[in-house]
Ligand binder design. Structure first.
Ligand code: NDP
Length: 425
């Protein structure tokens, strides 16, 4: 599921593989365009789109550059886990990326992987399953492994990927515990490979513009952050509602967007959180995880963040940052497309509102290209493992506060959690 732009209720009542087959059919249709072509399919239009089936059953011939053509400088990616995000966003985004290309797939469903490989011109010899995954070490075309698995599988596949000597891009949330995050960072350091967490919002033009405006002092002193990220989960059997696979409910999945935004916008770290969670007893979807989470986070400068997330409310997502001189909103804030900003200040009693129109960029292409450049130029990524680790520390404190009913202190990170700004690379 996207976070969350696909109609999840549509798949209600199927088992996981059944659901995945259904999803794959839909996704394969959505990506049934020539390899690297840009998809014009918008998420909400998927039901109306009739695209032809994939016919190719064999691998596409590799393109050998002619004598006058520059050699392909794009970094090769292995995509691990061919679910909704990989098929609906990440692989199509490769068509919009300048420095990244898919060269391998890792999946538990070979038939699906073969179709997708044919679609994207990936060699069938570069299709792995979860047991043969380690053989990726012998594939020189793979420079980066992109982990797009359920949350509790991230740690294992990052550790094995690092051992295979590959750089790792890992989906959010980084893992399901602080210990796992620390192990992932240590393994990548030991193997001398880079680790980046896929916080796509930090590569999104409006978010980046807001960071710049805040740093330039356009808001005055930052005072408050208010945000929500809610959606209504359908299928009660999905892994997102199983604690062992998801690590938690709405908080690590969608609440983490609000938390991460409060941190990267303010460039501060919260020292204390106070939180509640709601787990309704009469809703079978929430036997194991929370349906909603409400958080107040306090920062050293006096800045506060108040944010909610939910798995049982209508889709809704916004954020607002308030300073002494101005405030601004993103609404929607965390969508794949169509993010809008409104900047407001009062001058001698007159409201002056500005709604900048920035060029939309594919967030996944931007994030992958940033990582590819970091790999190519040997630079620290903007959102390395340390960024994910700090969100996990705070998430743990949020759950502890919800359990105890008391505010919980959060320890500050010992080193910077973010690398150079993507715009500077
Ligand atoms: P899906 O359930 O759609 O896909 C997960 C894939 O993982 C499956 O298709 C399957 O691939 C593989 N898998 C392996 N073992 C299991 C298992 N036990 N149960 C379920 N799947 C399994 O999830 P998403 O694609 O929505 O999410 C994957 C990751 O991406 C999560 O960490 C999520 O938080 C993150 N995400 C990030 C978003 C963003 O905007 N950055 C948006 C959505 C998700 P196969 O069939 O190929 O084996």
């Amino acid at each position: 599921m996207s976070d969350n732009e696909f109609p999840v209720t549509k798949f209600f009542g199927t088992d996981r593989r059944g659901f995945l087959r259904a999803a794959t059919g839909a996704m394969a249709a959505a990506v049934a365009v020539p390899a690297f072509a840009q998809s014009s399919v918008k998420p909400n239009e998927q039901d109306d789109v009739q695209l032809s089936q994939i016919h190719a059953s064999t691998e596409e011939p590799e393109k050998i550059p002619g004598p006058m053509e520059a050699e392909d400088q794009r970094t090769g990616y292995a995509i691990v886990g061919l679910g909704r995000l990989a098929l609906g966003q990440i692989l199509p985004a490769m068509g919009k990326s300048k420095y990244s290309k898919p060269v391998a797939l890792v999946s538990g469903d070979r038939e699906k992987a073969m179709k997708i490989a044919a679609q994207y011109g990936i060699k069938q010899s570069a299709i792995y399953n979860y047991s043969t995954y380690d053989q990726i070490a012998q594939n020189p075309e793979v420079k980066v492994i992109y982990i797009v698995l359920p949350n509790s599988m991230h740690a294992e596949f990052v550790l094995r990927g690092a051992k295979a000597g590959k750089h790792i891009l890992c989906e959010k949330p980084m893992a399901t515990s602080v210990k796992e995050c620390e192990r992932m960072i240590a393994a990548c350091n030991a193997a001398n490979v880079k680790l980046m967490i896929a916080y796509r919002s930090q590569y999104e033009p409006y978010d980046m513009a807001m960071v710049k405006m805040i740093r330039e002092g356009k808001f005055g002193k930052l005072k408050q952050f208010i945000s929500t990220n809610s959606q209504n989960q359908g299928d009660p059997t999905q892994w997102r509602l199983k604690k062992s696979l998801a690590g938690g409910g709405c908080m690590p999945d969608v609440g983490v967007y609000c938390l991460n935004a409060a941190r990267f916008l303010s460039d501060e770290e919260p020292y204390e959180v106070f939180a509640t969670t709601v787990q309704p007893k009469d809703d079978p979807r929430f036997a194991e995880v929370e349906a909603s989470c409400q958080v107040i986070a306090k920062f050293p400068s006096g800045f506060t963040a108040v944010f909610n997330s939910a798995y049982d409310a209508h889709k809704s997502q916004f954020l607002r940052v308030e300073g002494t001189e101005a405030y601004a909103e993103l609404n929607p804030a965390f969508a794949y497309h169509g993010i809008k900003m409104k900047f407001t200040k009062f001058d001698q009693g007159m409201e002056i509102a500005h709604e900048p129109a920035l060029e939309e960029k594919d967030q996944f292409a931007a994030e992958m290209d940033h990582f590819s450049l970091c790999v190519q130029k040997d630079l620290k990524p903007h959102t390395p493992g340390e960024e994910g680790l700090q969100d996990q520390r705070i998430t743990d404190a949020i759950y502890e506060s919800a359990r105890s009913g008391k505010p919980v202190k959060v320890s500050a990170p010992s080193t910077a959690t973010r690398g150079p700004n993507p715009a500077e690379i």
